[in-house]
Design a protein around this ligand. Structure first.
Ligand code: TRP
Length: 462
């Protein structure tokens, strides 16, 4: 049975960039920059993307293409069955991350509808909206379901038909609308204060929390550390150049996060919103901007923006679902359609507590207390802490250790050299080998230990 393939190199790049670009760039990144003190966070994030994540990305794609298997089977196919634990952890993180990602994507889709009908006032009721108060409940739950079903439909169509097509057309449109909004934002009073906050670093604001948030965000944003790119890599042709593909995916992701920040902070400062607002930042700041454009333009641009954000989220949820699905299809020989609907159902059910954890249910809203926090954390935050902040850096760390000390860089280089004949012996090869053998294992293991101690045990060593 054919597993399916991307139709060409561009198709792979668009799908992988589509996976990378999502809520992470436009919703999560700006609010983390806001909390992390602006430019200092931005710099840490950029450094992590290029120094630690890029080599891991190259390793993931190479492992996938070499073996043509899913995230679990790939390690077995290389002859190291024990290491397939990395893939199993990846499948688990995919399920966890998607369970809440889908909820936030539901909010974004809901805002598309609200903007379409000119309900800009929703920005003053974000808390009630996500708290499922009154009639919001039926809408938000409905949108979450619609979103999960759309993801499942795309994934069940397979590789080039579904995943690739969805990514190709929509991303350029998203860039155009963000750039137009940046130009508009710069005309507003106090815009420059926002730009200054975003681009002029104040290093006194860096503490360990900023460092590890930037680290796990770099992995999350590039869709790394859970085998998504092993899975996508398994559909890539042997003639493709892995390095240039990885470079383009990284640049697209970082570039879109960067311009999303350029768009948000002038708006935030011109409306006197606190940049530390948190997860509501984009949902509170943007509708106010759209309102200021007047009814017609506000509705048109506002709804288009949230529609494109929903599509960006969709090309990401597709990759999150593809990891468990390809595992079930390859390893348990289930047919694709059945695997998709079964996995989606499980993920949706696991996501219900997250859906209820933003105020709807007291139990899930004040769910658990750990890490010396001053108040109990909600269920969604717990899932984020496990799925994103713990599993992704750990997955990246183990992938680099596996590549360096088990599979060996010689084999990595051999795989990269297929499709890039000048690679062997090049300076680039030396840099990537150094990163994989020394920099990633050392830096990631150090940071990982510090993350776990501080996040879950409230022990702050630095
Ligand atoms: N990168 C996506 C975003 O920024 C989220 C995502 C999609 C993801 N697939 C992933 C994160 C795989 C980790 C692993 O929104």
């Amino acid at each position: 049975m054919s597993r399916g393939n991307f139709s060409n190199k561009l198709g792979f790049i668009m799908a992988a960039a589509g996976s990378a670009v999502g809520l992470g760039n436009i919703w999560k990144f700006p609010y983390e920059v806001g909390i992390g003190g602006g430019a200092a966070f931005l710099l840490m994030y950029l450094a992590f993307c290029f120094i630690l994540c890029f080599p891991v990305m190259v390793a993931e794609i190479s492992i996938g293409r070499k073996t043509q298997r899913n995230a679990v089977g790939a390690f077995r196919a290389l002859g190291f069955a024990k290491w397939s634990i990395i893939g199993k952890m990846g499948v688990a993180s995919g399920v966890l991350i998607l369970s809440f990602y889908n909820v936030v994507a539901g909010w974004a889709f809901g805002y598309f509808i609200e903007m379409l009908f000119g309900n800009f006032d929703i920005s003053n009721h974000f808390g009630e909206y996500i708290g499922l108060e009154g009639t919001h409940a039926i809408k938000v739950v409905g949108y979450t379901i619609i979103f999960m079903i759309s993801t499942s439909m795309i994934v069940s169509k397979g590789i080039s038909g579904g995943i690739e097509k969805a990514a190709r057309t929509l991303m350029p449109l998203l860039v155009i609308i963000i750039v137009s909004l940046i130009l508009y934002s710069l005309t507003l009073p106090n815009a420059m204060k926002g730009i200054e906050f975003y681009l002029v670093p104040d290093f006194s604001k860096i503490n360990f929390e900023v460092v590890y948030t930037a680290l796990s965000h770099a992995f999350f944003s590039l869709s790394l550390g859970m085998g998504a790119l092993i899975t996508y890599g398994s559909y890539v042709s042997k003639q493709d150049n892995i390095l240039s593909s990885a470079a383009l995916i990284t640049l697209a992701d970082v570039g879109i996060a960067f311009i999303a920040g350029l768009m948000i902070f002038p708006f935030v400062f011109s409306q006197n919103i606190d940049p530390q607002e948190g997860p509501g930042l984009v949902f509170v700041a943007l509708p106010k901007v759209f309102a200021s454009l007047g009814a017609f333009w506000g509705q048109a641009i506002g709804s288009l923006f949230f529609l494109l954000l929903s599509f960006a989220a969709l090309t990401s949820t597709v990759s999150l679902l593809e990891v468990p699905v390809s595992y079930v299809v390859d390893e348990h020989k289930m047919n694709r359609t059945k695997a998709v609907w079964l996995t989606s159902l499980v993920i949706f059910i696991i996501g219900i507590p997250s859906l209820l954890s933003q105020g709807a249910s007291n139990f899930f809203t004040s769910f658990i207390w750990y890490g010396g926090a001053d108040k109990a954390k909600d269920f969604l935050t717990l899932v984020e802490d496990i799925g994103i902040n713990t599993f992704l850096p750990l997955g990246g760390l183990l992938t680099s250790i596996f590549t360096a000390y088990v599979w060996k860089t010689k084999n990595l280089s051999e795989e990269i050299a297929q499709g890039n004949s000048k690679y062997n012996g090049s300076l680039l090869m030396k840099l990537i080998d150094t990163a994989i053998v020394y920099i990633c294992p050392v830096v990631l293991s150090g940071l990982f230990i510090l993350i776990v101690l501080s996040k879950f045990f409230g022990i702050h060593i630095v």
